[in-house]
Design a protein. Sequence first.
Length: 466
Amino acid sequence: MRQPGPHRQPMSLKPLPFRPAPGPGGLRGQRVGIWGLGRHGGGLALAQYLLGEGARLAWIIDAQPAKTGSPEAAFLAAHTEIRWLPAPEPVLIDELDWLVVSPAVPPRALDQCPLPPLTSAEAIFARAHRGPRIAITGTKGKSTTAALLGQLLDWPVAGNSWTPLLEHLHLRGPEAPVVCELSSFQLRYLSQDPFHPDIAILTQLDCDHLDWHPDLSDYHQAKLQLLDWAPALVLGRGYQPNPAQAAKLLPQVRVCDKRLALPHGETLMELCELPLLGRHNAENAALAASAALAKGLSPGLIADRCRRFTPLPHRLEPVHQLGGIRFINDSIATNPLASMAAVNAIPGPLAIILGGHHKGADFDGLLRLLGQRQAHIHLIGEAAKVLAAGCRSLGLAATTHPNLAAACSAALTDLQKQHRGVGCVLLAPACASFGEFEDFAARGRAFCELVRQLGAASSAQQTPAC
């Protein structure tokens, strides 16, 4: 695990051509464009917010036209005054006062041509939102920690894979509290507009998204700047704060043996009471509980709400059991660190499905762990070549498949033939989903449907003829 060393001082990020976002009312009458309409509603929420603020939405830049029948296509059909470009062009300098850049647009794309003043949706939110907010970032564990903290505090959750921040602002107003999940992409484009949460939570810090960030330092520092912006911090196990960060640490709940322990050592709850698989999820619960304590919740209420938490889909989600074989969907595991946590959470014989879009991460630690577990390794997607080469270098057997369906079937066969029908088929790909699937959720849903079909086929084979 690549944790920053003890007392590491923040390194400066390379300046990007962003300007401080306009404050409340500052967009009225301004000519604004959006670079990246997005597939998950973020760009559409931004467009609707801009119009609501009185901005003149003039251009949308996106390489992919809006899909027929999509909400984005309906929006554009209703606003024929908005023009479309597949990529930025110099004409935008004279046409726009502001260009709002989606986090999906990597920094290297900003050098394509001269551009008008740049900002981001997150920066606009940071200027407009005045209510309580807690911000969460990290390589893994963000969504589970955010969801659990939202349930503990009874606050809505927004950002990254949740409701877009500006949609939250529009629906609930600038004073409403919010738990914000922030990706490294979003944080990188906030350098000119510090986010200033009441509490910042860092879950884990490892290697990811090197297909977007120019290097590992840029990825780490994008996330670590959040710790400079907050007056109070909750930090995941293994991160060593520098003196300035250590001075802002809140009293923390810890995972101790088989329990969650309060800052002074008393038991908050037993780990077996948590409806979550894996010790890493117990660590996530400890982070959420620490922030909830700081916001004044009683230990009894925190424990009760933790017990009633409903785990998020695609995160170590039990899908089905076929005889003695369990199927677990951890499609959210899009980096090796997350996949390693999933592997460590599951005992017994294991067949794992890896692969998808390679984001530049090093798979060596994950593959060594799988070798120690004597796991059956099944590979899919364009990353299969890199993974297969890594397996060969370690003397591990791995099978490459043309798609997820073939990998599922082969993984089941391995456990049936070599482990007498006992074990777990785990989808924890360690890669992004782009290629065969639109996103990790689509990949997870496909896995669940394939497992359902395998279960139905098995039942049909076992049903005696009439």
